[in-house]
Design a protein. Structure first.
Length: 320
């Protein structure tokens, strides 16, 4: 077998997005708004484990649902994923994935059922069999994950959330804050997960959300998740540039490779302009690195240091 290497290209990147929050935080409504933007006119499908509540926005959004009922086995979610392919959705919402973990017949209850099957009421045997009882439920959960990873459209996972405590023997409990109710592996597969606090009406708290670049700059703070964000995420997935990418292209950093004094002066002034530094700040920085307030009278070696400082500031611009 031959193996081929080629330059990495971001295109058709699969999106698995998590939206977590307690009851009445706006998870379902936010998921539908996001899905409409991602779908760009295509079909929005929902695997609905929330009963009639999954249909409450039928007058506001156009979407199709597949209603799931207990037991909420991972195998049921896996089969529903396979069935969803028949409607060729542009976006798939799973509301909620938490039922698969702690709902009736979910992974936690399935583990208890396995313990009953293996050990019955023999408590010592139950202790010895705890790990063995996880094998079947976790294998089914793993199968669901790989089926989800193969879905040919963006997936939005809605998670219920609860405030969790870490119990430390001999010490007061440690507050961990709001956490998604989910198996660790399922939550791990999201490309990012926003946390909606109680009664937030779909406005995520980015300080406690699980974010990473470039999504930490794509999701605006203090604003509800909406169709516009969905469109921007879809464009990114297709290979489009983010706003941060476009800013960097429009304002290139100073070139450290320049050595000619006139060229260096030009790079310094371009750096000042890019960073929008006022005259007083320019003079202060020049005096610090070049020993003179007017950089045009500085030595080439000192100008190189000033260019390096401007480059550092450009790279860290917008960070605390």
């Amino acid at each position: 077998m031959s193996y081929t290497f080629r330059p990495a290209t971001r295109e058709n990147t699969p999106l698995i997005i998590g939206i977590a929050g307690p009851t009445k935080s706006g998870k379902t409504y936010s998921a539908l708004r996001l899905a409409v933007g991602l779908a760009n006119g295509g079909t929005v499908a929902m695997l609905n484990a929330e009963g009639p509540r999954g249909h409450q926005y039928a007058d506001t959004f156009k979407y199709v649902t597949c209603d799931l009922a207990p037991p909420f086995r991972p195998t049921a979610y896996t089969e529903a994923l396979k069935a969803a392919a028949a409607v060729k959705p542009a976006v798939l919402i799973i509301d909620s994935a938490s039922h698969m973990h702690d709902g009736p017949g979910g992974v936690l209850e399935w583990h208890e059922e396995e313990l009953d099957r293996i050990a019955g009421n023999d408590f010592k045997k139950r202790e010895r069999s705890t790990w063995a009882a996880w094998i079947t439920p976790k294998a089914a959960e793993n199968q669901f994950i790989y089926e989800m990873l193969g879905v040919q459209c963006p997936v939005i996972l809605c998670f219920r959330a609860k405030e969790k405590l870490k119990i430390v023997p001999g010490k007061p409990p440690v507050e961990l804050g709001w956490q998604p109710i989910s198996g660790e592996r399922v939550a791990f597969e999201t490309i990012f997960t926003v946390l909606l606090p109680p009664h937030s009406k779909g406005v995520p708290d980015l300080d406690i959300s699980d974010m990473r670049e470039p999504f930490d700059s794509m999701v605006p703070p203090g604003k509800a998740l909406d169709e516009d964000l969905g469109q921007r995420l879809a464009a990114w997935a297709r290979g489009g540039a983010t706003a941060k990418d476009r800013t960097s292209a429009a304002n290139p950093p100073p070139d450290l490779g320049a050595t000619d004094k006139d060229v260096l002066i030009g790079r310094v002034e371009a750096g000042f302009d890019t960073l929008a530094m006022p005259a007083a700040a320019r003079a202060t920085l020049s005096e610090k690195f070049c020993g003179v307030a007017d950089w045009r009278h500085a030595e080439a070696g000192d100008l190189t240091l000033l260019v390096a400082e401007l480059l550092r500031r450009f790279k860290t611009r917008g960070t605390p």
